[in-house]
Design a protein around this ligand. Structure first.
Ligand code: BDP
Length: 714
């Protein structure tokens, strides 16, 4: 007995200092570097010399100190150049940096440079930028190098973001519910603001700054006018004060009818002088409290939200009116192109383009049109939105959804890097080969300067922020792509996995492989071969391919699948809705041509008979069934992989992920079985050999109700 206790004590001593992990620290855990590598890093980080004492520089210094203390041991304070191993932090205007004559010009407002060079004869690592915020970004990068065990002895690197506004859009309501939120309540505690600012707001800002995110829209696009009243402006100002040192500006979603609701006017007509005066005064009021307020995000004339069309005016009238109000203060208006109307009989996929394309060149300079990645609505897979590349005389921004409304909520492990990358790498061909969506978004293609990448946040009050450990990777990859839309999402996943879990390659390789295939697996078990919008009604949880009726056809699954005895799929070729003609001719022609279109998008663009032959030689029906099953098998594989990774992960996080993977396994099976049961009523064909029939009857699946599914309450 005594011997056993002794052995256990020894084991404890040998184990790395293990604090229970809950995911709160995200990718900023700063755990000690293993002894064999520590010395080399510590030698380079003996002391920190900040060149100035501004709020952002203080934050940069504190972060560096915190990171180094955790990773390699507490650095000393030192005047630059008094000893080897100094890290010198400074902006271009700081004399200690200015005299080094570094090539900072090309780094723009937010870029940074990290260089090892002798200062006063001593080896020094200089982290320099044009502005303080760039220095903070450089500090995070430097820490990342150590966190991911890159050499730091002789550095010469520079990085500048390709996109100007890198933003999170929070769909958070003022009562702390979150539309399509699966990670608890809103992190913004409006009720206690402005007198109490939760310390978590600082960690939120740190995490965003570590990725270069520089804007946050605080409230839901389905906005309440209350958010523009004086008490809420005060609350937003308290958040803005907290975020400012981290380079994050706050924005508000503006309800277009606010002049009526809080301004006492009878109309919100954008050409009415009283309405224009209301918005101007409102902007002045906000800027008095928040001098660096970012601007307004607007969802207008979409899904029942008010907008200029209610008064016979256009999106241009509405957007430019607001632009005029915030323009003198340096603000922007981000106007969403997610518009479609049930009075409009045309294919919903066409409506955004139809409404906006003709206005190219008419929007004010400080207006950005924010376009969702695809033309329907954040589906597991969509071809890129035809507005990318179609409005060269306008600022066109990207909107991705980080929260997994259509991808299994927080309990499905789906790494969104490949989804984002697929869209960004898609070639619009508007100016010949290589006219990628990424080049539209970062402004290269049309020489635009006011560029935006927005992500609908997946952040909530859960300890782990995102509802699951692996959903943190989606916040992370979004931020990294907003900095560089051409970045490689496998490399990003590797960085994330190393910082979030461990550098042990026995963990990193299998974990990243698992992540990289996870999105395709979700496509397979939910909506293979270009199917889309087949989920449960309202809450969007689970399969609902039978959803029909209700207020509008384009909210139903049957509208999108068009399954019948003759086949399945939405004909968007010239014989159908002709949505393909909204793309540049070579792209549209390819989508419309069965010999050219990628099979991944087949049923998005084509209605095909059940016996249509796929590339594999399978009939469409057999191939569909196999895709569903392949998705389920992949999740089986993820369960096995994760079980084998237990030795490398702390027990609490391992157990949480393992539980969620079991949920995902069951739900993938449910998606497969319910979808097959439904579509078989049309295909009337047997399942291919070896495929198991659905576990339950179609009626069983159709009878499932989820009145309290998360993310649905307003
Ligand atoms: C849809 C969501 C809905 C949002 C809408 C939007 O279901 O909750 O309000 O997008 O983006 O996907 O405005």
């Amino acid at each position: 007995m005594r011997l056993r206790a002794f052995a256990a004590a020894l084991l404890l001593l040998a184990a790395p200092a293990a604090r229970a992990e809950d995911g709160y620290d995200l990718w900023l855990r700063y755990k000690p570097v293993e002894a064999s590598a520590k010395g080399a890093y510590a030698a380079r980080a003996a002391a920190i010399a900040p060149a100035s004492d501004t709020p952002t520089m203080k934050v940069a210094r504190a972060e560096l100190e915190r990171g180094l203390t955790g990773l390699v041991g507490k650095p000393a304070s030192a005047a630059a150049g008094t000893r080897d191993g100094v890290i010198l932090l400074g902006a271009a205007s700081d004399p200690a940096v200015a005299k080094l004559n570094l090539p900072l010009k090309s780094l723009g407002e937010d870029g940074y440079l990290i260089r090892t060079l002798p200062v006063n004869g001593k080896a020094t690592t200089v982290i320099a930028a044009n502005r303080d915020i760039g220095v903070l970004y450089g500090v995070f990068r430097y820490l990342e190098l150590i966190q991911t065990r890159q050499p730091v002895a002789s550095l010469d690197l520079a990085s500048a973001p390709k996109v100007k506004l890198r933003m999170l859009n929070h769909w958070d309501n003022l009562n702390r519910t979150v539309e399509r939120g699966y990670s608890g309540q809103s992190i913004f505690d409006w009720w206690k603001l402005p007198d109490h600012v939760d310390p978590r707001m600082v960690d939120y800002a740190r995490a965003n700054a570590s990725l270069g995110i520089n804007g946050a829209v605080l409230n839901n696009v389905n906005a309440k006018a209350d958010s523009l009243t004086a008490p809420f402006i005060d609350k937003a100002a308290a958040l803005a004060d907290t975020f400012r040192p981290y380079g994050i500006k706050v924005y508000l979603s503006a309800r277009f009818s606010a002049p009526i609701e809080i301004g006492g006017l009878k109309t919100a007509d954008p050409l009415d002088p009283a309405v224009r005066a209301f918005w101007k005064a409102k902007a002045d009021e906000i800027y008095k409290e928040i001098p660096d307020f970012g601007g307004f995000l607007v969802k207008a004339n979409s899904e029942g939200q008010p907008g200029p069309q209610d008064y016979g005016r256009t999106h241009v009238d509405g957007a430019n009116m607001l632009a005029q109000a915030v323009g003198p203060h340096g603000g922007v208006v981000i106007w969403r192109a997610f518009v479609y109307s049930h009075e409009q009989p045309d294919d919903r996929a066409k409506q955004g383009y139809t409404e906006f394309k003709a206005f190219d060149g008419q929007f004010a300079d400080n207006v950005v049109i924010q376009v969702k990645n695809g033309a329907i609505d954040f589906q597991p897979r969509e071809p890129f939105h035809p507005l990318f590349g179609a409005m060269p005389k306008s600022n066109i921004g990207m909107e991705f959804q980080i929260t997994k409304e259509y991808l299994g909520f927080a309990t499905h492990l789906v790494y969104l890097g490949p989804l984002f990358e697929e869209t960004l790498k898609a070639d619009t061909m508007v100016k010949g080969k290589g006219s990628t969506v990424a080049k539209v978004v970062d402004g290269q293609l049309d020489g635009r300067k006011l560029t935006v990448m927005a992500g609908v946040a997946n952040i909530g009050s859960d300890r782990n922020w995102s509802g699951s450990q692996f959903d943190q990777a989606n916040w992370y990859v979004f931020g990294r792509l907003a900095w560089d839309p051409e970045a490689d999402t496998r490399a990003i996943a590797r960085d994330w996995a190393k910082m979030t879990f461990t550098n042990d390659e026995r963990f990193v390789k299998p974990a990243v492989d698992m992540m990289m295939g996870s999105r395709e697996a979700a496509v397979d078990y939910m909506t293979p071969l270009g199917l889309h919008h087949q989920m449960g009604e309202g809450h969007h949880y689970g399969p609902g391919p039978w959803v029909s009726g209700g207020p509008r056809a384009d909210w139903t699954s049957v509208y999108y699948a068009k399954a019948g005895p003759d086949g399945i799929g939405f004909d968007r070729t010239p014989t159908g809705s002709d949505a393909t003609s909204q793309y540049a001719p070579p792209v549209g022609a390819c989508f419309a041509d069965l010999k050219c279109v990628d099979e991944k998008d087949l049923l998005w663009f084509h209605h095909l008979p059940w016996d249509y032959r796929l590339n594999s030689g399978d009939t469409l029906w057999d191939g569909m069934v196999k895709h569903y099953s392949r998705g389920v098998s992949y999740v089986d594989g993820m369960n096995r992989t994760w079980a084998s990774l237990a030795p490398y992960v702390d027990a609490p996080r391992h157990a949480e992920v393992a539980d969620f993977l079991k949920i995902q396994r069951n739900e993938a099976q449910w998606w497969r079985d319910a979808s097959i049961a439904w579509f078989q009523t049309f295909s009337k064909r047997p399942l291919p050999a070896g495929e198991k029939p659905p576990e339950k009857s179609l009626e069983y699946y159709q009878g499932l109700k989820f009145r309290f599914a998360p993310g649905n309450g307003l």
